[in-house]
Ligand binder design. Structure first.
Ligand code: 0A1
Ligand code: ZN
Length: 846
């Protein structure tokens, strides 16, 4: 059994660090790390340092050798008793580590011959002995000895010569923001002049040959730096800013001070190799990591329970950035889709936890949609409640008051209370309580007055049986029967379990446009007719609410069909209006045309207390797609042609909007022409967006052999593009063939499963094929369990994260549940299972 960490157990570290000096002698198998750490006592207590997997060569305090028996190997601690310590002292250590053997990709490791680091959350302890906790901050000086041509660390370069580089980071930082890179790299150089006129050298570092693919990343960085000055008044604070792309990385990217390290898929892009979605993510994640410089680095977290302090805020900021760079309406709808697909799903199952959890076994299991995306929604609610000006005032106060500190959610809330003179005690429940509230609304209409009765209810979640009422900002508008808006957006503040609001003086009964802009992360239960939904889809002034009305209409039709009833006729009719106006806003029309996915249909059915049948859902979706295609073939075909490229590829909102509409039409038309247009598009497309879109339709139609071979022949040497090839096959294969397809692909020599991108491509391709993964014979579950058991000894973090594919299993029928549980129990019984995976499997099985 591994120990659980509790928020209530946090105690301050009894020392401060005046400076940390590190000296690395890099070697693939025997890297030497010498450290000198200047400590000063703040209060009584032992010196407790963290270290895992270190070969300790020497330890000393003020030059006096320490006994190696102070190391408690099993706990990963070095404990020097308080009595043997003066008030100020220098701790010195020399350790040896083996980067090449580091397949877990935590600490110092090798990726394709490049030395790189990943220290969040607790990776630094794999590098040397240190108080590896975010509230211990220090300036660092780092010397790197290596014959690699490029040697990088945090901060500013002090001296760079052949074989040796010295870097100094003047800003105090915790160990998790440490980074080092050494390799044969090439830079895309540029520069930025900050708002106070400071010159900053910028570099995006890639492997030789990849330079032409890094331009968009650099442009995105410059846009991010400018935006943070304009939107938040935040200026960059070092002479250089480096970004490095590596192929082996457990997550998307990392905000190390002055030296961001990125998964190469979030840096490298050309029109021929990256999709519009890839470009948008690159811009968003470059922004995210850059914005962390203030929200995460200058102000960090006191402990890992406070992770959403930096992540929720930084996601919120990157979402604002993307809305400003692209279409705000489309971005909001995308964000809502992501939140529902990932966070609502998490909240409805055994892994549900609050944005600020109060216990964990393995912190790496808490880099979740709840901490990130819900953490961002909570800030969006705060902003909606207090308004834009007060929000800016509160953020200014946050930066002023807490610069250089390691903070808590309490500090964050207090800033808003002080800036706005509001009591946010009840609002804080969004941080401490898990679960998605269900907001129900019923209407009463009499004598020109509309009364809306609201009720909120949050179901129990693991460890939290009772759920007091939360503050819910309910943004709504009213649309008259002729389509005119009779009440513009109004924010109601719901604070009770049940509450009524009345609107008087209305001429005719209006339709309520509810939860405009998705004003709170709740599910909605309301009485609404198909005609009212169609009216909102046609006339609502709020783009999110318009889209949601159409989406709900489609969802109702799909659920009816999956139960064997008639359904979808109203959606088929209403979508005709969307097609007529589609050219005015292609991206929005594409979103309206896309039917809810199988997973979302299953979630909705499960939320109503019924057991979803993956095969019936899939069949219903296919049937409705075909009926829509037949009903609107002319309009779809006309739009498909109208959205053909009009000039060179541009990865911007306009260009990607046109392509998304074109591909939305193609998905329908492929059902009528047996993917004939898709075959033509695959052959002639000059960009990856259309190429991959066409390939997906060819796979779905079972006409993919030639295209897959051509794709492979063209991109065999491009890892990122081949990841797409591995992903789309199990994803788009017919559900009864998905597991077989994944099994065949996994046998290939180029299924380099130790690379997280390649592993995830194949596995997530399958687990995202809802009916394929949930095959009634349990083959999907067994396939996943086999691969998780294989990967766990190599890379526990990626294994544990992938376990969440099982988090929905209790929704399904007894047969599927039994098979999934057997697969999970097989994993649980594996000798030597990592703490990461063990925690996930135990929580899911609980
Ligand atoms: N702070 C990073 C996310 C991150 C977390 C853990 C990592 O390694 C295990 C890597 C990156 C971010 O929010 O982008
Ligand atoms: Zn982040």
């Amino acid at each position: 059994m591994t120990a659980t960490q509790y928020l209530s157990d946090w105690r301050p570290f009894p020392f401060e660090i005046l400076e940390t000096r590190l000296e690395f002698r890099l070697d693939p198998n025997a890297t030497r790390v010498r450290s000198q750490i200047d400590f000063r006592r703040l209060e009584q207590g032992d010196l407790v340092l963290d270290g895992v997997g270190l070969k300790t060569l020497s330890l000393a305090i003020n030059g006096q050798a320490l006994d190696l028996s102070l190391i408690r190997e099993a706990e990963g601690k070095l404990i020097v008793p308080a009595v043997s310590l003066p008030d100020s002292f220098t701790f010195e250590a020399e350790v040896q580590i083996d980067p090449e053997a580091n397949t877990a990709l935590e600490g110092l490791y090798l990726s394709g011959g490049i030395f790189c680091t990943q220290c969040e959350a607790e990776g630094f302890r794999h590098i040397t002995w240190y108080p590896d906790r975010p509230d211990v901050m220090a300036p660092f000086t780092v010397t790197v000895h290596s014959d690699m041509p490029v040697l990088l660390s945090n901060g500013n370069p002090v001296s760079v010569e052949s074989g040796k580089a010295v870097w100094q980071d003047p800003w105090k930082k915790p160990a998790y923001l440490f980074a080092l890179v050494a390799g044969d790299l090439r830079a895309i150089p540029d520069s930025f002049t900050t708002m106070s006129g400071k010159h900053v050298d910028l570099n995006v570092w890639v492997r030789p040959g990849d330079e032409p693919r890094a331009g968009y990343a650099m442009e995105s960085l410059i846009r991010s730096m400018k935006w943070d000055e304009e939107a938040y008044g935040r200026e960059y604070d070092l002479d250089v800013f480096n970004i490095v792309a590596v192929d082996d990385f457990n997550m998307g990217a990392m905000e190390n001070k002055g030296l961001n390290i990125f998964n190469s898929k979030l840096v490298l892009a050309t029109a021929e190799t990256a999709t519009d979605g890839d470009y948008e993510r690159i811009e968003g994640v470059i922004g995210h990591e850059y914005f962390h410089n203030w929200t995460g680095n200058r102000i960090t977290c006191r402990d890992w329970f406070q992770l959403c302090l930096k992540e929720g805020l930084t996601v919120f900021r990157d979402q604002q950035f993307t809305s400003d760079m692209r279409s705000a309406a489309v971005k909001r709808i995308h964000d809502v889709q992501t939140l529902r697909a990932r966070q609502f799903r998490e909240d409805a199952g055994p892994l549900s936890h609050p944005p600020r959890p109060d216990h964990y076994q393995e912190i790496n299991n808490f880099y979740t949609a709840t901490v990130y995306e819900k953490g961002a929604e909570v800030i969006g609610m705060l902003k909606r409640l207090i308004g834009d000006d007060q929000y800016r005032k509160a953020l200014d106060l946050y930066f002023d008051r807490h610069d250089g500190q390691a903070c808590t959610i309490e500090d964050w809330i207090k800033v808003f209370e002080d800036a706005t003179c509001r009591d946010l005690t009840q609002f804080k429940r969004w941080y401490t309580d898990a679960g998605t509230p269900r907001l129900s609304m019923t209407e009463k209409w009499a004598d020109g007055a509309l009364t809306l009765d609201f009720a909120q209810h949050t179901a129990a979640t693991p460890g939290q049986p009772d759920k007091p009422a939360r503050v819910i900002p309910v943004a709504l508008g009213l649309i008259g029967p002729n389509g005119d808006e009779v009440l513009p957006t109004t924010v109601l503040e719901m604070t009770e379990g049940q509450q009524s609001f009345r609107f008087d003086g209305l001429g005719a009964r209006p339709v309520v446009s509810l939860l405009r802009g998705f004003s709170a992360p709740v599910t909605v239960a309301r009485e609404v007719t198909a005609d009212e939904q169609a009216l909102l889809l046609a006339h609502d002034t709020d783009p999110y609410a318009r889209w949601q009305a159409g989406h709900d209409l489609a969802l109702d039709g799909l659920i009816a069909r999956s139960n064997g009833d008639e359904g979808g006729a109203e959606f088929i009719r209403a979508i005709g209006g969307v097609l007529d106006d589609a050219e005015a806003d292609p991206a929005f029309a594409a979103l309206c045309l896309a039917l809810p996915g199988d997973e979302e249909i299953a979630t909705t059915i499960a939320a109503s207390g019924t057991v979803p049948d993956p095969d019936a859902i899939h069949a219903a979706r296919r049937a409705l797609t075909l009926d829509i295609a037949k009903a609107h073939s002319d309009a779809l075909s006309r739009l498909y042609d109208a959205m053909a490229p009009r000039g060179p590829y541009q990865p911007n909102a306009d260009g990607s909007g046109r392509r998304s509409l074109r591909l939305a039409c193609l998905a329908y038309l492929s059902r009528l022409d047996n993917a004939g247009r898709a075959a033509a598009l695959f052959a002639e497309a000059e960009n990856m967006t259309e190429r991959q879109g066409a390939l997906e339709q060819l796979i779905a139609a079972g006409r993919d052999q030639q295209a897959l071979a051509a794709f492979e022949a063209e991109f065999r040497d491009n890892r990122l593009v081949m990841d797409k090839w591995f992903m789309v096959q199990p994803l788009r294969a017919a559900s009864d063939q998905a597991v077989a397809r994944a099994t065949e692909l996994a046998k290939r020599a180029d299924f380099d499963w130790k690379n997280p991108n390649r592993f995830r491509a194949l596995i997530a391709g399958l687990t995202s094929n809802h009916a394929g993964f949930h095959a009634a014979d349990g083959s999907g579950y067994d396939f996943l369990a086999d691969w998780l058991m294989r990967l766990d000894p190599v890379n526990p973090q990626t294994t544990a994260r992938t376990c969440s594919a099982f988090e929905t299993i209790t929704r399904y029928d007894a047969g599927r549940q039994a098979k999934a549980k057997a697969a999970l129990q097989r994993i649980a019984a594996m000798p030597g299972l990592s703490r990461n995976t063990s925690e996930m499997v135990t929580r899911i099985l609980a």
